[in-house]
Structures are given as structure tokens and as C-alpha cells.
Write a protein that binds this ligand. Structure first.
Ligand SMILES: O=C(Oc1cc(O)cc(O)c1C(=O)O)c1ccc(O)c(O)c1
Length: 323
């Protein structure tokens, strides 16, 4: 899992919560169902079964892979539309090429994030490059959906291309945790991703036996999803492992621990930590559209069918398909 590593974490700024911060309890630990998305790549749907009240402003998150593809196996998503929210594609290992109906496109690879504000709408495709399809190889990433407040749902689409080398790196007091702040801020340290409502997105790697307690804004919700390894969360030390999400309750700090080393194969604990200020607006979600009302959803489908969200470029160099 190379997504941004450092030789000596103790050279990084160290983060810890104030001693009087109230530790957030764990309200629930859920297990993501496994399935397939797009043209058939394996995913774990991290937030399945969690009420939007606990997720707001996050809507959906897939762990894509981790999978070691044989030659010919790598797959992506076909052309499809989005409106009313943001898609965040974080590639931990491997490569996705992306292209959209507005002429945008690029490559996201080891540690890069593409933060796409779909806003009023577009069509896009995310797919492995031909070279990866031929060779096969490791693929691991995240697809996170972040809601937009009503006032921004119809804004012009926009991309943020966040390179792995630009994330804000932090550590715990003992250097046992590497924290990559991809968006938002933690303890006054700002990540590169700019968000429409206050959000923090962190990828944390904890060495076996390491523990980190992070200051967490009281007005944020708190979620931790395990990408790899085993550990425990919160003051109750609730066990958590690969494919599980912890939903935290109210408080001012959030604690994650990695299990002690069992043997030379004990993996690091890899966790995605998410917090955001809830938007608290009605949400109407159907397929690739996330609006506030059913009428707005129907309008989105009509606009898509009439080509108002754009059309697939005639020459795009990627697999055709989709809706
Ligand atoms: O396709 C859906 O979402 C995605 C899931 C992924 O794991 C990767 C992706 O790139 C996407 C995407 O949209 O680009 C999806 C999810 C939920 C839903 O109701 C849909 O209609 C589509």
C-alpha cells in the first residue's frame, strides 16, 4: 500500500487532542457487503445500512479492491452521469484514467485523488489504462460521494486534481501513525482538497500497537472505515477490522488503535477517517443523481435523457458503454 509513505514520521508535525477533550464513543460498527461495480470491479460498500443521519454530508463510499488483477482483468466504470453532489476518487494502488463530457480528463495514480464536483451535471468514465489492462496488477482505491447543499447543487462542474505528494502529512506523538490529510483540516493543518461545506478526509496508517487520538470538531460527525488490518476504536476499545465502519457519537476527540504485532505478517492498520458538518437538508437519491426533492430527481433524468448533461465525446479512446 504505497499511497504516500515517509522514511521518518517523527520529522512531521505531531497531532494530539487536548487532555480535556471528550472522547467520542462508538455508536455502531457495521460490516460492508461485498459486490461489484461498474464493468465488474470488486467493491465493499462501506456505508451500507448506516442511516444518512449519521453520514450527512457523506452519501456513499466504496472500497475498490484491493485486488491483484491477472492480465486482461482490470475494469472501470462505463460512461455515466452525475448531478447534485461530488465524487471523490482516491487511488491508493494502481491507475484510473478519467474523461468527461466537458472535455476534461487525466490520470489518477498511487496516492492521487480526483475531487469532482458534478454540480449541475456531466457524464464521465473512469477506467484502467490499456497498459494496465494488458499487464494486470494491483488495484486499490476509494470512491466517496459527498453531498452538496441545495445552493450549490446546480453549480458549474469543477475538478480538483489532488496529487499524492501534496497531501498534508502529520503523525502521532510517538510517530506510530502516518496521517494523510487529503481535504479539510486537522488541528490547524490544512489538506489540499477544497470542500463546499466543512469536511475532513484523512487516510491513516498505524503501525502494529500504535494509537492516535485526534482532536475532532464538535460540530462534525465522525466515521472510521478500515481498509486493511485490525484494531480498536473509541473509549470502549471496540474491535474493528478490514471492511468495517465505526460510527462515532458526539465529543471532541476520536481514538484509533492498531492491534499489537502477532508475527512478521501482521499488517499495518489502514483507516479512512471522515468528518463533516451535516448539511441537514432533505435528500432525494436515485442512482447517479442526488438532489433535494423527487421533482428535482425527475428533472435530472429528463435533462440526462435530452443530452443536457453533455454527451459522450465522439473520440475518447476508452471503452464505450454505460447507461
Ligand atoms: O457507479 C456508482 O458509483 C461508483 C462506484 C464506484 O465504486 C466507483 C465509481 O467510479 C462510481 C461512479 O459513480 O463513478 C454508483 C453507485 C451507486 C448508485 O446508486 C449508482 O447508480 C451508481
Amino acid at each position: 500500500m504505497p499511497a504516500v509513505t515517509v522514511e521518518n514520521p517523527l520529522t512531521l508535525p505531531r497531532v494530539t487532542a487536548p487532555a480535556d477533550a471528550v472522547a467520542r464513543p462508538v455508536l455502531a460498527v457495521t460490516t460492508a457487503p461485498s459486490g461489484f461495480e461498474g464493468e465488474g470491479f470488486p467493491v465493499r460498500r462501506a456505508f451500507a445500512g448506516i442511516n444518512y443521519r449519521h453520514l450527512d454530508p457523506f452519501i456513499m463510499m466504496d472500497q475498490m479492491g484491493e485486488v491483484e488483477y491477472a492480465p486482461g482483468e482490470p475494469k472501470g466504470t462505463p460512461w455515466h452521469p452525475h448531478r447534485g453532489f461530488e465524487t471523490v476518487t482516491y487511488i491508493i494502488d494502481g491507475v484510473f484514467d478519467h474523461q468527461d463530457s466537458q472535455g476534461g480528463g487525466g490520470t489518477i495514480t498511487n496516492g492521487d485523488t480526483q475531487w469532482m464536483t458534478a454540480g449541475s451535471g456531466l457524464l464521465h468514465i473512469e477506467a484502467p489504462p490499456e497498459s494496465l489492462v494488458m499487464s494486470g496488477g494491483l488495484f486499490h482505491g476509494l470512491q466517496l460521494w459527498v453531498n452538496l447543499p441545495a445552493k450549490d447543487k446546480m453549480m458549474a462542474p469543477r475538478y480538483q486534481d489532488i496529487r499524492g505528494g501534496n497531501v498534508q502529512l502529520l503523525t502521532s506523538p510517538d510517530g506510530g501513525a502516518l496521517l494523510r490529510v487529503i481535504a479539510g483540516e486537522l488541528d490547524g493543518h490544512q489538506g489540499p482538497g477544497i470542500t463546499h461545506t466543512p469536511i475532513t478526509m484523512i487516510h491513516a496508517t498505524l503501525a502494529p500497537g500504535a494509537e492516535v487520538t485526534l482532536p475532532w470538531r464538535e460540530d462534525f460527525n465522525g466515521l472510521a472505515y478500515v481498509l486493511a488490518g485490525r484494531g480498536s476504536v473509541g473509549p470502549q476499545r471496540r474491535p474493528i477490522h478490514l471492511g468495517q465502519t465505526a460510527v462515532f457519537g458526539a465529543g471532541g476527540s476520536l481514538t484509533v488503535r492498531a492491534d499489537e504485532k502477532q508475527d512478521s505478517h501482521t499488517p499495518d492498520l489502514e483507516v479512512v477517517l471522515l468528518g463533516g458538518r451535516p448539511i441537514r437538508e432533505p435528500m432525494a437519491h436515485y442512482g447517479p443523481f442526488v438532489m433535494n426533492t423527487k421533482d428535482e430527481l425527475m428533472q435530472a433524468f429528463e435533462d440526462f435523457q435530452k443530452g443536457r448533461l453533455g454527451t459522450v465525446p465522439a473520440v475518447h479512446g476508452m471503452t464505450e458503454g454505460g447507461l
